[in-house]
Write a protein that binds this ligand. Structure first.
Ligand code: ATP
Ligand code: MG
Length: 452
C-alpha cells in the first residue's frame, strides 16, 4: 500500500484464467475478497473473477473446461480450470431490491467501474489485473490501512437497496477488528429495523460469521440495536444487573465476554450468545438482596430453540446449541473419574468436550472465577484418560484366556481377577494396555489375593 502502484501476488493459475480471457479479446480482473485479503497479507480462500464477457461467451472461451452456468441470470459461470473452480461473473449493475431479498434484475455492463460501484464496501470494491496491479476507485486501500468498513456511495441508499449489507458491515468489522466509518455507522443505527425484512437464510450466514469474528465483543456492544432486531429476546439481557457476587458484569456484558472467550466455531459461539438468554425471565431476589436465576438454563434452552428455528438454522445446529444451553450449568463440582464417566455416558464424548468449553468460557466471563482455563485443561485431561480407559470387560485389553496363559486355573478366580482389573482401570490406577494389565494381574496373583 502507500503511494504509487499497489500490487498483489496473483497465483499462476488465476493469471492463466485472466490471460485466457484477455487473449480472446475480453477484460478480466480478480475482484472483491481475494484482492482485500491479499492486501491484508492473507491467503484468499477463493479468487473471484469479473469480466466484460457475457456468460455464454465465457463458456466459449473455456470450452475445453467443464463449465457450469451457476447463476447465468446474474452473470456467473463456474469454470473448472485445471481442477479448481473459478466463479467468473460478467460486470453488472443491480436494480432495486423491492423485497429486500434479491435484486429485481441485473444488467450487464461493458466496464469495470460500474461493477465496482455496486459492491458493498470500499475494501471489497477493489480489483486487480493479471499482473497484480490493484485498481482502487473508492479509497479501499486507504480504508484498509486505517481499518475502516465504509460503504461505497451513500450508506443510507446502499442499505435501503439491500438491508443485509448492514449485517455484512458488522461481520467484516468483527472479522478484521475494523471500525465502521461514522456515516456508515449512523446509517446502520437508523436503518437496522429493515433487517427484519431480509430472508433468514441470508441473515444466518452473516450472523454466524459475525459471532465467529475475533472482535465480536466490541462490535456487538456498539451495535446491540442491530442484534436485537434479529434476536429481540436479547434486549432484556442488556443492562440486566445480576445482584450476585459470582458475577462482576450485567447479563449482556457477561454474555459478550463469554462469546469472546469461546473457540470461534458456530456452535460454541451461538451457545455462548444464548446461554443466559433465560436469565431475565428467571430472576428472583432473596431477603439478603442476592439475585438468583433458578431454572434459567431450561427456560433459555426453550428460547434458544425458538430463536434458532426462526433463523432457519439446520436441525443439527439447533439441537446441539439447545443442548449446550440447557446443560451449561452442569457442575463437575469435583472433576472425578466417576463423574466424568457419568457425563460421558449421558452426553457422549464429543458433547462433553463442547460442554467443557462452554463451562470454561462461562467461567472466564464471570470476571470472578479464578482458574477456569486451568480447570478445563485438567478436566480435558481427565476426559482423555477416562475415555482411553475401557468402560466394560469386552473393551479391556486383557481377557480370560490371557489369565489362563498366565497360570490362573479356569474357574471363578478368572472372573474375579478380571473384575478387579476393570475396577483398577476405571479408577485410573491401571492403564488399559496389555503390559500394564498383565503386570497388575501378576501382582494380584502373587499377592495371592486370588490364591491359585
Ligand atoms: P468472504 O471471504 O467472507 O467470502 P467476500 O468479500 O468474498 O468475503 P462474499 O460474501 O463472498 O464476500 O462476496 C463477494 C463480493 O461480492 C464482496 O467482496 C462484495 O464485493 C460483493 N458483495 C457480496 N454481497 C454483496 C451485497 N449484498 N451487496 C453488495 N456487494 C456484495
Ligand atoms: Mg467470498
Amino acid at each position: 500500500m502507500g503511494a504509487g502502484v499497489s500490487r498483489i501476488e496473483i497465483p499462476g493459475q488465476v493469471q492463466a484464467v485472466l490471460r485466457r480471457l484477455n487473449a480472446a479479446g475480453y477484460t478480466g480482473y480478480a475482484v472483491g475478497g481475494c484482492v482485500r485479503d491479499s492486501l491484508r497479507g492473507q491467503t484468499p480462500a477463493d479468487w473471484d473473477i469479473c469480466t466484460d464477457a457475457e456468460p455464454e461467451r465465457t463458456a466459449e472461451v473455456f470450452s475445453d473446461c467443464r463449465t457450469v452456468l451457476t447463476g447465468a441470470r446474474y452473470g456467473t459461470v463456474t469454470v473448472i480450470f485445471e481442477g479448481t473452480p473459478y466463479e467468473i461473473t460478467t460486470f453488472r449493475a443491480e436494480h432495486g431490491y423491492t423485497d429486500s431479498r434479491h435484486p429485481d434484475g441485473v444488467s450487464f455492463l461493458r466496464s469495470l467501474g460500474g461493477d465496482l460501484a455496486r459492491r458493498d464496501f470500499t475494501v471489497n470494491a477493489m480489483a486487480a489485473y493479471a499482473d497484480g496491479r490493484v485498481i482502487d476507485r473508492f479509497g479501499g486501500l486507504e480504508d484498509l490501512r486505517w481499518g475502516l468498513i465504509r460503504c461505497v456511495g451513500d450508506p443510507a441508499q446502499r442499505f435501503t437497496e439491500d438491508a443485509l449489507r448492514m449485517l455484512r458491515a458488522l461481520r467484516f468489522a468483527a472479522r478484521f477488528g475494523f471500525a465502521v466509518a461514522p456515516e456508515t455507522e449512523e446509517a446502520i443505527h437508523a436503518l437496522c429495523g429493515r433487517l427484519q425484512a431480509v430472508a433468514p437464510e441470508r441473515l444466518r450466514k452473516e450472523l454466524s460469521g459475525l459471532f465467529c469474528g475475533e472482535a465480536v465483543r466490541s462490535v456487538a456492544e456498539r451495535f446491540s440495536d442491530v442484534l436485537c432486531v434479529l434476536i429481540p429476546e436479547l434486549s432484556a439481557c442488556i443492562g440486566f444487573r445480576q445482584w450476585n457476587y459470582h458475577h462482576k458484569y450485567d447479563v449482556w456484558e457477561h454474555t459478550l465476554r463469554a462469546v469472546e472467550a469461546a473457540p470461534p466455531t458456530e456452535v460454541l459461539r451461538l451457545a455462548m450468545l444464548l446461554h443466559d438468554v433465560g436469565k431475565p425471565a428467571a430472576f428472583t431476589m432473596d431477603k439478603q438482596l442476592v439475585g438468583h436465576f433458578y431454572g434459567h438454563a431450561v427456560i433459555g434452552a426453550a428460547m434458544t430453540e425458538t430463536i434458532l428455528r426462526r433463523l432457519r438454522y439446520d436441525r443439527r445446529t439447533t439441537e446441539l446449541v439447545t443442548l449446550l444451553v440447557r446443560e451449561h450449568g452442569f457442575y463437575l463440582m469435583e472433576d472425578t473419574p466417576k463423574r466424568m464417566r457419568k457425563l460421558l455416558s449421558q452426553f457422549g464424548e464429543e458433547n462433553v468436550r463442547l460442554l467443557l468449553q462452554v463451562r470454561r468460557a462461562d467461567g472466564i466471563a464471570t470476571g470472578t472465577a479464578e482458574g477456569a482455563a486451568e480447570k478445563t485443561a485438567m478436566a480435558e485431561q481427565l476426559l482423555e484418560s477416562v475415555s482411553a480407559q475401557c468402560v466394560s470387560l469386552p473393551q479391556m485389553e486383557l481377557n480370560g484366556n490371557d489369565l489362563i496363559r498366565l497360570g490362573v486355573p479356569q474357574g471363578p478366580q478368572i472372573g474375579a481377577i478380571l473384575r478387579a482389573l476393570l475396577d483398577a482401570v476405571l479408577d485410573g490406577s491401571v492403564k488399559n494396555e496389555r503390559g500394564a494389565l498383565e503386570h497388575a494381574a501378576r501382582e494380584m496373583i502373587d499377592k495371592s489375593e486370588y490364591s491359585l
